[in-house]
Design a binder for this molecule. Structure first.
Ligand SMILES: [Fe+2]
Length: 180
């Protein structure tokens, strides 16, 4: 997984949006905003994913396939929804099996976008309460495993004043040592 600052240049969200030269984001920075990731080779991944799932208490999983062919008519709408800045009240855990895409996460307190370019073998944990968004890249295809505890809590809370005051948002800010 490559992590770098998003250039904020208007235009197609599926382009890399990398500064020239690139402004890489360090593991320390990712750690400071509580984003976690592991690399687990796709070949024979089950055993390692099972171990992490057990350790972190993720009892369930399913597979999501994001492509025009797989999603049909709802594809364009879904792509737009995924790219709206939002947070969840639970972790968003994705293990990339095939294809690729970009998770953008907000750095706090700078409010800069950090782009995470995910590829097969990347296991990413987007913490509860962090503002983020997702887009496919120009290949228009990703297949990922979604891990969750009991019931998936993937309701997106779009960024606004009410969401800024959401207890999970405030808890996140406390976790990273910023704000209330
Ligand atoms: Fe999300």
């Amino acid at each position: 997984m490559r992590a770098y600052y998003y250039d904020n240049v208007p235009g197609d969200q599926r382009l890399p949006h990398d500064y020239s030269p690139s402004r890489p984001v360090s593991d320390e920075t990712l750690h400071s905003i509580n984003v976690k990731y592991w690399q687990i080779p796709v070949e024979g991944y089950e055993q390692k994913i099972n171990a992490i799932a057990k350790e972190r208490n993720y009892k369930n999983r399913d597979t999501i396939n994001v492509s025009k062919a797989a999603m049909g008519e709802i594809y364009e709408d879904k792509i737009k929804t995924f790219f709206e800045e939002h947070m969840h009240e639970d972790e968003e855990i994705r293990y990339i099996l095939d294809g690729s895409g970009f998770f953008d996460v907000r750095e706090t307190p700078t409010d800069a976008w950090i782009r995470l370019a995910v590829e097969p073998g990347d296991l990413l944990v987007v913490p509860a309460g962090i503002y983020h968004r997702f887009t496919l890249d120009e290949k228009n295809y990703i297949k990922a495993l979604r891990l969750f505890q009991d019931e998936p809590k993937w309701v997106p809370h779009n960024r606004n004043e009410a969401t800024d005051a959401n207890p999970y948002r405030l808890e996140y800010l406390k976790t990273i040592g910023v704000g209330a």
